[in-house]
Design a protein around this ligand. Structure first.
Ligand code: AMP
Length: 186
C-alpha cells in the first residue's frame, strides 16, 4: 500500500505520516526532511539547496526525484510508503508513477488534507514561535503557499482522474483527522 499525504504546507501531513509509521509500519518519505537533513550535514546537496529552502521556493524536480528513487531502491521490502511533501509538481508525479511501475507498484491512495488559508497562517505562526523553523517565518510561508497554489494544486485533478483520492477535513482535531484517514484506508 503506497499513499500520498497531500495538502499545503502546515496542513498536518508530517504529523499524520508519523502516526501511520507507528501504527502500520509504513516508511515515511518526506523530501522536506531529507533536504533539511542534507543542509544540516553540510553536504554538497545541502549547500546547493540551502538558499532555496530559506526562500520557500521549490527545489528542482531532478533533485527530489533522485532522493525518492534512492529511498525506493534502498527499501525493496517496505510494507508501504507514505509520500509526504512529494510529489509537488506534475513532472514529479509522473516520475513517481514510473518509478513505482518499474517495481510493479503504484499509488493506491491519495489523502488530501483540506484546510483553509487563514487557519494555516495562524497555525504556522504558532509553529514558528514554538519551533523556530526558518521557513515557517510568515513572509517565507506566503512564498511556500504560493508555490503550493501554482505548482502543486494542479496535481489534484491529476489524482482525482485516477480515482484514488479521498478528502479529509484537515481543520479537525489531530484525533479526528487520524480517524478519518483510517476510514479512508479501510
Ligand atoms: P516541506 O517540509 O515539505 O514543506 O519542505 C520544505 C522545503 O523543501 C520546501 O519549501 C521546498 O523548498 C523543499 N521541498 C520539499 N519537498 C519538495 C518537493 N517535492 N519538490 C520541491 N521542493 C521540495
Amino acid at each position: 500500500m503506497h499513499l500520498i499525504l497531500f495538502g499545503p504546507p502546515a496542513a498536518g501531513k508530517g504529523t499524520q505520516a508519523k502516526r501511520l509509521v507507528e501504527t502500520r509500519g509504513f516508511i515515511q518519505l518526506s523530501t522536506g526532511d531529507m533536504l533539511r537533513a542534507a543542509r544540516a550535514s553540510g553536504s554538497e546537496l545541502g549547500l546547493k539547496v540551502a538558499s532555496i529552502l530559506d526562500s520557500g521556493a521549490l527545489v528542482s524536480d531532478e533533485i527530489v526525484i533522485a532522493l525518492i528513487k534512492e529511498q525506493l531502491d534502498n527499501n525493496p521490502d517496505a510494507a508501504g510508503f507514505i509520500f509526504d511533501g512529494f510529489p509537488r509538481t506534475i513532472p514529479q508525479a509522473e516520475a513517481l508513477d514510473d518509478l513505482l511501475a518499474s517495481k510493479g507498484a503504484k499509488i493506491d491512495k491519495v489523502i488530501r488534507l483540506v484546510v483553509d488559508n487563514e487557519a494555516l497562517i495562524a497555525r504556522i505562526s504558532k509553529r514558528f514561535e514554538e519551533q523556530g523553523r526558518a521557513d515557517d517565518n510568515p513572509e517565507v510561508f506566503v512564498t511556500r503557499l504560493e508555490a503550493y497554489n501554482s505548482q502543486t494544486a494542479p496535481l489534484l485533478p491529476f489524482y482525482a482522474d485516477k480515482g484514488v483520492m479521498s478528502e479529509v477535513d484537515g481543520m479537525a482535531s489531530i484525533e479526528e483527522v487520524s480517524a478519518a484517514i483510517d476510514g479512508a484506508l479501510a
